[in-house]
Design a protein around this ligand. Structure first.
Ligand code: PEP
Ligand code: MG
Length: 876
């Protein structure tokens, strides 16, 4: 078996065999870049080493032959005192494991060769410095001598010569230090390794060993680097070049584009008359790469030309290390650059325009998470204190505000111009006015699909939910974490990216969306087979969603329209109405208000479909709580003045109470038993549509019925409510509009009978929040606080199915339902509007589970951009 390859004979694409670092060197060599010549010992040799517990037979002969070829090419000889070749012996597995394995530099130095080096680089000082560095590095890595032993001597010498930094040690001091190091070798291992060939053999052995060092093993485990990804290290033997040879020498690092802005410019720095470590050591200030253009214009031009060549070849921005030795440029390393999200988007767009990337490559290169990260203000990490508590990062963004503990105070304080954070144990629909007033939401209970989380995401407010260490005390208006107490009005900062909660104000930085952000998402849309709609309940949400590229509304939850100021009272009266007549006349009062809301939203989304879901929650949610009523009624009775109104309300609340309200009298069931509410909604929707149509506006109304479990429920609601109401409305207004009727798919039975359902509707939309709840029989509002974390810890579930769609169950059921539905009605419109519709990972899972079975994903406004990208990526 052949264990070694010269840089100009290996195949750079075989990264598993050569390791990442060597394959980069091979690739550059083959492209004709100036690379110090060298050879690579393959990962196969490493594996054989571990099988036999020794260097493979014949390896060193191959290395020797290879070294002679290096000597020829570089014009120097290994171990030659007059003109010595020195090499570095570098580790490198198929994936980068930064700093986890060992590398030996300046190998080949001894008392003789160091003199030749001094001559070559015109500096006895630099040569001796390289020698003492080599001795300590080799002693530590290859012979296992404790690092402190070398450090003790180093410190002693520095003290003796009164210097602070290593490079300040004078020649005399370096000579003494080298003698001390040699003495350490003798004392600790009993010998010196002066023969360069012996040094080389031992160094190769040590690099192989470092593959299984505890830190390397730990790193692989932590980063899930399994043997199929990387199974051993390769060893690159590379001739040393010297950036400290004279003033026409330098060493530097660069990115082929600016890694934070993405600007197309060489970005980096270099240090003349220096070796690699000096740049890092920070003793001398490096110069920006632009200065090289003035200092050494030819070298700069060459650097530019080759950097761009690398970028084109790798189709990726590169992070390059180089050295200039006596005016000649050498490339020492190249790898894909790590960049921030703004740079990722800009460089994708630019490289697409430049023809470096195809449209598909440009779209695939950015992660949906990058897009999300670009949208929200961020904590200024550099200046952040230690967090007070941690919850679930349920709606991204970082904000500071003053704590308030109830929604009314939030509104009141906000009116006075205060920035507030609404802190609650958990939230309920009644609290929503507080959400709008607050800049952020914090809860101590609840999960990723809890009310607080869903609403916060929907309206784009940062939220941290389920921060369980926090104890809320409403009566004292304070919250406690351990010994810390925060009171109403105190400042607090929440970070919806990390779930961190900080006491006090922590600085944030606002994002600026560059032009390329929008261009890039348009590019993504151009390859996408899916539409992206938004979950939006208000004109404001709808405008944001449209700005972010939503092609319509996939879910408009109408409930909140009944809670708006001034309407809740009216709606309570409707619920309590004693006669049908009374109810109807009260509803007539409500209809114009609802119509106005619909007109605004349909107007914002003109030309695009707006899917309006009829009333879904149980009615009792709109009445005061039972406890509250009981105490009020009892207090009034005790005063001897019973409150009739309150007593009636109490009786009604009692009548509406259910043991299991989320599976109770709600959605279509309510539409059937209290048809007047649905009638009023349908009328308001269609009147709004008609009115806009009369103004010549293009409206696309879709009416959606929730909680359907049996197809006949749809028959009933359509023929008793929707159809007759539409006919009446159109007749009364003298004009009709087209509209679609569809259903939510959020019960298991609706999915199992999707063919029957499909025959009755124009569209269906998976409500995967309720569907997940139903498929698992896990309560979506409680699960995170009770057992989810334990389940995840134990590996019983791979992830929280309320955040990312359950591939094994829910997605499977959806696939089945889609097949049933499409067999019954091929072109039926099918979408998803549960929270999963805005989760890129779920989109990816659904892409493989149901392919083009879905027509669109509907996401909260701020999740629309990332969903657009995720949907484009699964289209390719
Ligand atoms: C759902 O159940 O997935 C859904 C979108 O409806 P809601 O979250 O309002 O129950
Ligand atoms: Mg639902």
């Amino acid at each position: 078996m052949k264990y070694t390859y010269m840089f100009d004979e290996a195949n750079p694409d075989d990264v598993k065999l050569l390791g990442g670092k060597a394959s980069g060197l091979v690739m550059m060599t083959k492209l004709g870049l100036p690379v110090p010549y060298g050879l690579v010992i393959t990962t196969q040799a490493c594996k054989k080493y571990y099988r036999d517990n020794k260097l493979p037979d014949g390896l060193m002969e191959e290395v020797r032959t290879g070294m002679h070829r290096i000597e020829e090419k570089m014009g120097r000889r290994f171990g030659d005192p007059a003109n010595p070749l020195l090499v570095s012996v570098r580790s490198g597995a198929a994936v980068s494991m930064p700093g986890m394995m060992d590398t030996v530099l300046n190998l080949g130095l001894n008392d003789e060769t160091v003199k030749g080096l001094a001559k070559y680089i015109n500096s006895e000082h630099a040569a001796l410095d390289a020698y003492r560095r080599f001795l300590s590095m080799f002693g530590k890595i290859v012979l296992g001598i404790k690092e402190e032993r070398f450090n003790e001597s180093l410190n002693k010498i520095k003290a003796k010569y009164g210097v602070k930094e290593d490079p300040e040690i004078p020649v005399e001091g370096l000579k003494e230090l080298i003698e001390e190091y040699k003495a350490i070798y003798k004392a600790d291992v009993g010998y010196l390794v002066e023969d360069p060939w012996k040094q080389l053999e031992l160094a190769i052995d040590a690099v192989f060993k470092s593959w299984n060092s505890p830190r390397a093993k730990f790193y692989r485990e932590a980063n899930r680097i399994t043997p199929d990804i990387a199974d051993c290290t390769a060893v690159a033997i590379v001739s040393m070049v010297f950036g400290n040879a004279d003033w026409r020498s330098a060493t530097g690092v660069l990115f082929t584009r600016n890694p934070s802005t993405g600007e197309n410019e060489l970005y980096g720095e270099y240090l003349p008359y220096a070796q690699g470590e000096d740049v890092v050591a920070g003793i001398r200030t490096p110069r920006p790469i632009s200065k090289l253009k003035e200092d050494m214009p030819e070298v700069y031009d060459e650097l530019y030309k080759y950097s761009k060549m690398l970028e084109r070849h790798k189709k990726e921005v590169q992070d390059v290390e180089f050295t200039i030795e006596k005016g000649k440029l050498w490339f020492l390393q190249t790898r894909n650059a790590k960049m921030g999200p703004i740079a990722m988007v800009k460089t994708s767009m630019d490289m697409y325009k430049e023809g470096v990337l195809t449209r598909e490559e440009a779209v695939m290169r950015v992660k949906p998470d990058h897009i999300t990260q670009m949208l929200y203000p961020r904590i200024d990490e550099a200046n952040a204190p230690k967090p007070l508590a941690k919850g679930l990062p349920s709606s991204p963004g970082a904000v500071s505000g003053r704590i308030v503990f109830d929604p009314d105070s939030a509104v009141e304080w906000a009116r006075k111009g205060e920035k507030v954070i609404l802190a609650r144990e958990e939230t309920k629909p009644d609290d929503v006015h507080g959400f709008y007033a607050a800049v952020g939401i914090l809860t101590s209970r609840g999960g990723m699909t809890s009310h607080a989380a869903v609403v916060a995401r929907a309206i784009g407010k940062p939220a941290v939910v389920g921060a369980e260490e926090i104890r809320m005390d409403y009566s004292r208006k304070e919250m406690r974490v351990g010994d810390s107490v925060l009171r109403e009005g105190d400042w607090i900062t929440i970070d919806g990216f990390s779930g961190n909660v900080y006491a006090g104000k922590v600085g944030t930085v606002e994002p600026k969306l560059p032009r390329e952000f929008f261009e890039f998402l348009d590019l993504a849309d151009s390859v996408s087979i899916y539409g992206i709609r938004a979950n939006a309940d208000t004109p404001e949400d709808a405008s944001i969603a449209r700005k972010f590229g939503a092609r319509g509304i996939g879910l408009l939850r109408t409930e909140r329209m009944f809670r708006a100021p001034g309407r809740l009272e009216l709606f309570r009266r409707i619920i309590l109405a004693e006669s049908e007549e009374e109810r109807k006349s009260l509803l007539d009062e409500l209809i114009p208000m609802l119509r106005q809301d619909f007109m605004e939203i349909l107007g914002v989304m003109e030309g695009l479909p707006v899917t309006i879901r009829l009333f879904d929650p149980p009615l009792h949610e709109f009445l005061p709580s039972l406890d509250e009523l009981i105490s009020e009624v009892e207090r009034a009775r005790a005063r001897g003045a019973p409150d009739k109104e309150k007593e009636r309300m109490l009786a009604r609340v009692r009548a509406l109470m259910e043991a299991n309200p989320m599976m109770g009298h709600r959605g279509v069931r309510l539409g059937i038993t209290f048809p007047d509410i649905y009638r009023a909604q349908v009328r308001a929707i269609l009147e709004a549509g008609v009115e806009l149509a009369k103004m010549g506006r293009d409206v696309r109304v879709q009416i959606m019925i929730p909680q359907v479990a049996e197809a006949k429920e749809l028959d009933y609601v359509v023929s008793n409510v929707v159809k007759p109401t539409a006919e009446e409305t159109f007749k009364a207004s003298g004009r009709s509009i087209e509209f679609k009727v569809g259903t939510m798919m959020e019960t298991v039975r609706a999915c199992l009978t999707a063919d029957e359902v499909a025959r009755r509707v124009d569209f269906m939309s998976f409500g995967t929040n309720d569907l997940t709840q139903a498929v698992f029989s896990f309560s979506r509002d409680d699960v995170e606080n009770k057992f989810m974390s334990k389940y995840l810890e134990l590996g019983l579930l791979p992830y929280d199915p309320f955040t990312t769609i359950d591939a094994g169950g829910v997605a499977k059921l959806m696939k089945m339902a889609i097949e049933l539905a499409r067999n019954a009605k091929k072109d039926i419109e099918i979408g998803i509007c549960g929270e999963h519709g805005g989760d890129p990972k779920s989109i990816e899972i659904l892409g493989s589970a149901v392919g083009d079975g879905l027509n669109y994903f509907s996401a909260s406004p701020y999740r629309v951009p990332a969903a657009r990208l995720a949907a484009a990526q699964i289209s390719l």
